[in-house]
Design a protein around this ligand. Sequence first.
Ligand code: CUA
Length: 340
Amino acid sequence: MYGGRILVAIGAFLAVALAHNVSIVTDAPLNREVLNLLVWVLVFSVIIFAGVTGALLYTIVRFRRRPGDDALPPQFRENARVEFSLTLIPLIIVLVLFVLTAQALVKINRPIAGALGVEVTARQFWWDFVLTEEGLRLSNELVIPVGRPVEVKLTSADVIHSFWIPSLAGKTDAIPGQTTYNRFMATKPGNYYGYCAELCGASHANMRFRVIALEPTEYQRFVDAYRAYQAPEPKTERARRGQEVFQARCAACHAVKGTAATGVLGPDLSIFGNRLTLASGVVENTRENLIRWIKDPTSMKPAAQMPAFPDLSDADLEALADYLESLKLEGFDFRTLPRF
Ligand code: CUA
């Protein structure tokens, strides 16, 4: 009885997992190559499973011991035909998979002419993105156009990480001192989840990012606006106080375009007000989360390298939040994008 339930549970899990995966990867051209490989492997696995189980069941039923049948069954060693086929069939399967894999790898790893260049630096525990041509820095939330291939040039500033956007691209390791490449293309606008896929420390699981894919015209509008962007002057007294606090306490590590803050040790905060998440994709960008984060980052993200600021008064924290939320490209709201 329990066996049946366990089988049903496993079946349901596989069905959900498969449906989910298939629905999220089929739109991304380079990911489709990998999906095709998965289908081939599954087909062969099913054939092998059916063959082995069928042969086993047949043998058990056909050659079972019957009442009164006490004779010794035929005894023999070696069967050249069986041994030959048991060697040949797996060899053929492996060769077919090898050729298919090699073809897929060639397609996936081929440089793409006209691709959008993005430099990615992985760090404990966040991601720095630079749109190479445009010279724009977008930490933790990468904005790309739909329908144009993206070529990611990847490296790490500390330990080995791995860049992974399940709905768009396979994993690629980010290795200190080396450059690796990952290519992908989004076919529909959306907010795509990205992850670090290599154990890199206490907050490996909290090292996430987003890819915001926009229609090409909307992307161009974003790039033009961000290029021309200079952080707006604080409009309220409290935001002005927030800017002072920021310059005194945050600017050594964080940059804000058009101000004296040019730090590069931490994420770029130029358009913090447009960000969907905080702490590299870990929580929604809300005031409550922001204040909690500034007060004590490691309470939300173990081993986060940003220092805690327990000495900031509540008034200063609110002022800082006002200032950060005012850093915004007007006319862009990524919150309504579908999530993948
Ligand atoms: Cu970075 Cu795991």
